[in-house]
Design a protein around this ligand. Structure first.
Ligand code: FE2
Length: 535
């Protein structure tokens, strides 16, 4: 693991009270000066990281910004170039894009303890409509962002468009997928993990560098990653225009971690300190609810449920924080994901193992039992379908995705089947490939019923796994109807009461900042008939 070299340098007070003079700012300690509404910014744009809305509900949503006049500041004492105490910002919310018809305004706090990020959790708004918002501080104004409330649970809704994305390695490519998804005007976008990469690419072609050149492992280095990603104009525009629903995968912390077990056999107590820093940086940069998702040391709640009218209910899962250790985790070189045979790793099949933790599993079953929606989406980080691969001629399974937790998967699919969940669909990321899969009670029995349908949405920019070995394995996996690891992009879903249309959208070249977009595949699921059908 790399450790960041911290350059000490003179801390400069960026923000001074409008009434207070610069000299007062110079002599005051940070605790003395509490910023007031009237402020002056001496230099830099405090809103360089843009704005975001997310975690939408029928009566509200979370609005986010983070003050960062020096977004890539490498001084841990002055995150984003900020110093001093909490900062009070002014916010305005309007029903029109020109911000003429204001419906709310007031003050909200950017918290020093959380990198001067602000999470404004609003309630009491009208359901099922867009709003526009902006923040200001002194003469500095944020861009105008668009937010929206969800249609109230149970109200008739006959169509909905949403998208989902995962795996945007900044070093591997540009974020044209984010740009094209914004242009498709989805009601919201689901981020399914690997929003940042903590790593530094050492082997494959690099399009643009992670600016600090170190593996993120501390609060300042994780902050720097998020800040660098948010400076990308395509991602900034997506967040300003489209509400975000966010979960994480491994690279928000470390490759292939599981609960307190790192990829490299670190002391779990040490790894939890790293996880706490990573979770805090995630919180600081995401429009998540400030009470529900407030990080408490190495713990943070990200799993959540979203009900959109009577059309769809979304259970958004956390597949990392509560999972059992990777099966057959043993030195040397067996940390993280790896292929295992049944004979070589009986632990993988242990029914006591869990992918999502027993509390989250019970929560999920409760959601599914009580859902009255026409469609039920489980949005989560990793491939759920079985993928039988050959290693040295022997059937093998990857331990980092649901194949590492087959008993948990079997329980989930059995539950969906037995409780007759209406139109279950799974959205997944992580594997940097498009896949269209039938999920079956028994993947090895051709007659076993199809319980749900899974669509995996490749990566925004991260390189895919080798194509040929998995294509060669497809005859052993007849429930996998499509696999494509060579294209980058995202998924857009157009939902109606009687059918779900899924479009796999691929960019022409993730190494081209002006990449075009095309539809690689279109699938249609009819209500009441799970299973992959190409349109
Ligand atoms: Fe990834």
């Amino acid at each position: 693991m790399s450790h960041r070299i911290v350059h000490s340098r003179l801390s400069r007070r960026r923000l001074i009270g409008g009434a207070a003079s610069a000299s007062l700012a110079l002599i005051a300690t940070p605790a003395v000066i509490r910023a007031t509404v009237a402020q002056s910014w001496r230099s830099g744009n405090p809103f360089s990281l843009g704005v975001a809305s997310g975690t939408p509900r029928a009566d509200g949503f979370v609005l986010w910004t983070r003050l960062a006049p020096e977004p890539l500041s490498d001084n841990p004492d002055t995150p984003g170039g900020m110093s001093g105490g909490d900062v009070t910002l002014r916010y305005e919310i309007a029903t029109d894009e020109a911000m003429a018809n204001l419906v709310r305004h007031g003050e909200a706090t950017a918290e020093r303890a959380f990198g001067y990020s602000l999470h404004l959790d609003l309630a009491g708004l009208e359901p099922g409509r867009p709003y526009w918002y902006r923040f200001s501080s002194g003469e500095a104004q944020s861009p105008i962002g668009r937010a929206s409330t969800l249609p109230a649970a149970g109200t008739a809704l006959d169509k909905l468009r949403y998208g989902y994305v995962s795996c945007s390695n900044y070093e591997h490519g540009y974020f044209s997928g984010y740009r094209h998804l914004t242009d498709e005007n989805p009601e919201f976008v689901l981020f399914l993990g690997d929003y940042i990469y903590e790593t530094i690419e050492e082997n494959r072609p690099i399009v643009r560098r992670h600016s600090d050149g170190v593996e993120a492992s501390t609060l300042p280095t994780y902050r720097n990653r998020y800040a660098q990603y948010r400076l990308d104009p395509d991602l900034a525009r997506l967040h300003a225009q489209v509400p975000a629903i966010v979960t994480w995968d491994d690279h928000e912390v470390q490759n292939d971690y599981a609960d307190k077990w790192s990829e490299y056999f670190d002391d779990p107590a040490q790894f939890l300190l790293r996880r706490a820093a990573a979770y805090q940086a995630f919180y600081e940069h995401m429009p998540v609810r400030p009470i529900v998702s407030h990080p408490e040391g190495p713990r943070m709640r990200v799993y959540d449920r979203f009900t959109v009218g009577d059309l769809i209910e979304i259970s958004l899962l956390d597949g990392r924080q509560y999972r059992s250790r990777e099966a057959c985790y043993r030195a040397p070189n067996k940390g993280g994901g790896h292929l295992e045979t049944n004979a070589g790793c009986p632990e993988r099949l242990d029914p006591g193992r869990t992918m999502i933790g027993f509390d989250q599993e019970a929560w999920l079953y409760s959601n599914l039992a009580h859902s009255k929606a026409q469609w039920n989406l489980i949005a989560q980080d990793v491939l759920m379908a079985q993928l039988r691969e050959k290693q040295d001629g022997v059937d093998s399974f990857w331990t980092d995705d649901w194949d590492g937790y087959p008993a948990n998967r079997a329980r989930l699919l059995r539950h969906i089947h037995d409780s007759k969940v209406a139109n279950p669909v799974i959205a997944s990321g992580d594997i940097h490939s498009f896949l269209a899969n039938d999920l079956k009670l028994d993947f090895d029995d051709a007659k076993s019923p199809i319980v749900a349908t899974e669509f995996v949405g490749t990566s925004i920019s991260s390189y895919g796994p080798p194509y040929d070995p998995i294509v060669q394995a497809l005859p052993d996996n007849p429930h996998i109807h499509f696999f494509e690891s060579r294209r980058r992009g995202y998924v857009v879903v157009d939902l109606q009461r009687d059918k779900m249309q899924v479009r796999m959208r691929a960019v022409s070249d993730a190494h081209d900042p002006k990449a075009s977009i095309e539809t690689l595949k279109t699938y249609t699921i009819e209500s009441g008939r799970p299973g992959v059908v190409e349109a």
